[in-house]
Design a protein around this ligand. Structure first.
Ligand code: SAH
Length: 364
């Protein structure tokens, strides 16, 4: 045994595993792929049972590596089938993961950070403050936890959205290997259309993402005007709408005609839900291959916002449909267990001066 902390192999995507196996054992990269098949396809986490690896390799792996998952603190199931797990991550804070069963799909909403530093005005995660990044293993671990739960009912996660707690593009180095594993045939094997990174608008992160992967992208837009968006999504002060949309065009430019971006728009009563907003949004998005996802606001205590009436929500959707946009209404799921969008709070020990850090970041 060694005193050094074991290497958590869940932090490595295929490329990193290949490098690791070659550096550690010499020889060829195929050992890493054999390992991946055992772990991700056969769900074998006892390296001694990975019988096509040489015994010396198995002994070394057993002594020096681990597959550490976050600890499940609680699991709640909603009346509508939604399941929410609270998991404890390094440092003792907790984050939330939500599985939403819908029309034959099992969509897993995964957290990428402990809290969030962006402080969007209508999101309760932001109100919790920020306490750090999740590791790749902690992100992938959420998928493994959900899959082992679903396996008992003979199903599995079919779609993953990085729409839980945190801003994925501010934890780029950890989310990239995680989404690569989600899309890797030797790991979770989900298609690129079924894995989505959602961002509040970290523009440099979008360009960087395009250099490394063609995962699906969602943009939390929420307003067609900079002045309003500055208020709702403060990172807009640093990366205004025009720059954000330019990055979206660029992201799609290297991809097939059939790919599109998801535009998320949370409807807030009397804030961004008028006919004027709908028409301006339709105008703004002209020429961008996109689908619009409307999310009626999910209330939380002292938010200061309200959900618009269903007539108003419906009118907003109709205007966008008439303008030619595929526009979906995201129905509220799991709200009886506080698992709806913007209701994920986990248990964050805020050790940062969030506001100060944030203002320094946007240069305000
Ligand atoms: N930081 C990333 C990932 C979070 S995704 C992003 O901003 O895209 C969570 C989605 O739910 C975002 O579109 C977010 O703006 C939206 N949301 C946050 N709070 C909400 C609330 N209270 N009601 C409805 N949608 C909300």
């Amino acid at each position: 045994m060694t005193d050094v902390a074991p290497i958590n192999l869940l932090n490595y995507d295929r490329e990193a595993l290949e490098t690791f196996f070659v550096e550690q054992f010499g020889g060829k990269t195929f050992r890493a792929r054999q390992f991946m098949k055992w772990f991700y396809h056969d769900h074998q986490s006892d390296v001694q049972q990975m019988t096509n690896l040489p015994q010396t390799m198995r002994d070394w792996l057993a002594a020096n590596t681990s597959f550490d998952l976050p600890e499940v603190v609680s699991r709640e199931a909603s009346k509508d089938g939604t399941i929410k797990w609270v998991v404890r991550v390094t440092g003792g804070s907790c984050v939330e993961t939500v599985m939403i069963p819908e029309r034959g799909r099992n969509t897993l909403c995964v957290s990428s950070q402990v809290g969030c530093m962006l402080d969007c005005s209508f999101c309760s995660t932001g109100k919790q403050g920020f306490n750090g990044n999740l590791s790749t293993a902690e992100i992938i671990g959420q998928v493994l936890i959900a899959n082992s739960d679903l396996a008992q009912r003979g199903t599995a996660v079919t779609n993953v959205v990085l729409m839980g707690m945190g801003e994925p593009l501010l934890n780029f180095d950890a989310i990239l290997p995680a989404v690569k594993l989600m899309m890797d045939d030797l790991a979770f094997g989900l298609s690129k259309r079924r894995v989505t990174v959602s961002t509040a608008g970290v523009v440099p992160g979008i360009y960087k993402l395009a250099e490394h992967t063609d995962v699906s992208l969602a943009i939390s837009l929420h307003a067609p005007f900079d002045e309003l968006r500055n208020e709702l999504v403060p990172i807009n002060r640093k990366y205004p709408i025009a720059e954000l949309l330019a990055a979206c065009h660029e992201y799609l430019s290297g991809m097939g005609e059939k790919r599109s971006i998801t535009i998320e728009y949370t409807l807030l009563a009397d804030v961004n839900d008028s006919e004027e907003h709908a028409l301006a949004l339709a105008e703004l998005l002209r020429g961008l291959r996109c689908k619009i996802n409307l999310i009626p606001f999910n209330p939380f205590p002292a938010s200061g916002y309200a959900r618009p009436s269903s007539t108003r929500v419906h009118n907003f959707q109709t205007l966008l449909l008439q303008a030619g946009y595929a526009t979906m209404m995201r129905t509220t799921r799991g709200d009886d267990i506080n698992a709806a969008c913007g209701q994920l709070v986990g248990k964050v020990q805020d050790r940062t001066k969030r506001q100060e850090r944030y203002l320094a970041r946007v240069g305000a």
